[in-house]
Design a protein around this ligand. Structure first.
Ligand code: ATP
Ligand code: MG
Length: 270
C-alpha cells in the first residue's frame, strides 16, 4: 500500500503550500484517480509518491518504507513507476530501446531479460518498429507512450501516470485506458492524474484537489452525484453527464443517475 499521511509540501520561495494535509491510500490492484484544475497540485503529488519530492510535513509510506529515508530511495523507486506530465523531462536514452532499457539496467537485471522487457514494453504501448529511432524525433504522443514503456520495463508494483492521455488522439487514449485496466488486473496499483473524469469512471476511488487540498474523496459515481464539486474546483462534467443533465432539465424521464453509456442508450431507445 501507498499511504499519504497528512502530507504538505511548499516549493522554495513560494508563498503558499502546493499541497496541504493530503491523506490518501492506494492499494495494489486498484486505481486511485486524482482530478484537479491547473495548478491544483496534481504533479506535485505525483513527485511526492516516489520521493522525487519529500514532504515538508507528514509522511509518504510505500509498502512500509518512508520515502524520506535515503537508504530506501532505490527500493522505493523500483516499486513505483512514475510517468511525468512532460515526457521530455524523462528521456535519457539516445534511441528508443536504450531509453526503455535504462531503468532495468539500473536495477542490475540480466541482458537477455532486459531485451525481453524492452520488447514487451514497446509492444504494449504500440512503439514496436521504432527501437532505433531517436526520441527527440518522436511526436508528443509517441514520447508519452515511450515514457510509459520505460516505467513498465521496471515491472513496478505501483504506477503513477501524470496526465497520460493529454497528448493522445482518441485511439492512443483508448489504448492507454485499456493498458491501465490490464495492469490493474495484474495487481498493479495505479495513481491516475487527469483533468477528465471521463478517463477515470472505472477507478475505484477519486480524489479532487482544489488549491492543494482534497476537496472531495469518494467513488466516481459519488462525485457525479455530488452537485457543484466539479464546477467549484474548475473541472468539467463528462459529456455523458452534461447530456443527462440537459435531458432531465427538458423533462425527459430517465432512471436514477449517474448513467453509464449503456444505461443512457437503453433509456433513450426504450
Ligand atoms: N518548481 C516549482 N517551483 C515553484 N512553484 C511551483 C513549482 N512547480 C509547481 N509550482 C506551483 O505549485 C502549485 C501546484 O503545481 P502543480 O504543477 O503541482 O499543479 P498541477 O495540478 O499539476 O497543474 P497542471 O494541471 O497545470 O499540470 C502551483 O501553484 C504551481 O505554480
Ligand atoms: Mg501537472
Amino acid at each position: 500500500m501507498i499511504h499519504f499521511d497528512e502530507v504538505s509540501f511548499t516549493y522554495a520561495g513560494a508563498s503558499r503550500a502546493a499541497v496541504s494535509d493530503i491523506d490518501m491510500r492506494l492499494e495494489p490492484g486498484e486505481t486511485l484517480a486524482v482530478l484537479g484544475a491547473n495548478g491544483s497540485g496534481k504533479s506535485t503529488l505525483a513527485c511526492l509518491v516516489n520521493g522525487l519530492l519529500l514532504p515538508a510535513t507528514g509522511k509518504v509510506i510505500v509498502e512500509g518504507m518512508d520515502t524520506a529515508d535515503e537508504s530506501l530511495m532505490w527500493e522505493v523507486r523500483s516499486r513505483v513507476g512514475l510517468v511525468l506530465q512532460d515526457p521530455d523531462d524523462q528521456i535519457v536514452g539516445t534511441v528508443v530501446e536504450e531509453d526503455v532499457a535504462f531503468g532495468p539496467e539500473n536495477l542490475g537485471i540480466e541482458r537477455s531479460e532486459i531485451r525481453e522487457r524492452v520488447d514487451g514494453a514497446l509492444s504494449i504501448v504500440g512503439l514496436t518498429g521504432l527501437e532505433r529511432r531517436e526520441p527527440h524525433l518522436l511526436s508528443g504522443g509517441q514520447k508519452q507512450r515511450l515514457a510509459i514503456a520505460g516505467a513498465l520495463a521496471m515491472r513496478p508494483a505501483y504506477l503513477v501516470l501524470d496526465e497520460p492521455t493529454a497528448m493522445l488522439d482518441p485511439e492512443g487514449r483508448g489504448s492507454v485506458l485499456a493498458l491501465v485496466e490490464l495492469l490493474k488486473s495484474q495487481g498493479v496499483g495505479i495513481l491516475f492524474i487527469t483533468h477528465h473524469l471521463a478517463d477515470v469512471v472505472t477507478a475505484e476511488r477519486v480524489v479532487v484537489l482544489d488549491a492543494g487540498r482534497i476537496a472531495f474523496a469518494g467513488t466516481p459515481a459519488e462525485l457525479l452525484a455530488t452537485e457543484g464539486v466539479l464546477e467549484s474546483c474548475g473541472l468539467e462534467s463528462p459529456p455523458l453527464q452534461v447530456m443527462e443533465a440537459a435531458l432531465r432539465e427538458t423533462g425527459f424521464r430517465l432512471p436514477a443517475g449517474p448513467l453509464s453509456a449503456e444505461g443512457m442508450a437503453e433509456a433513450l431507445c426504450s
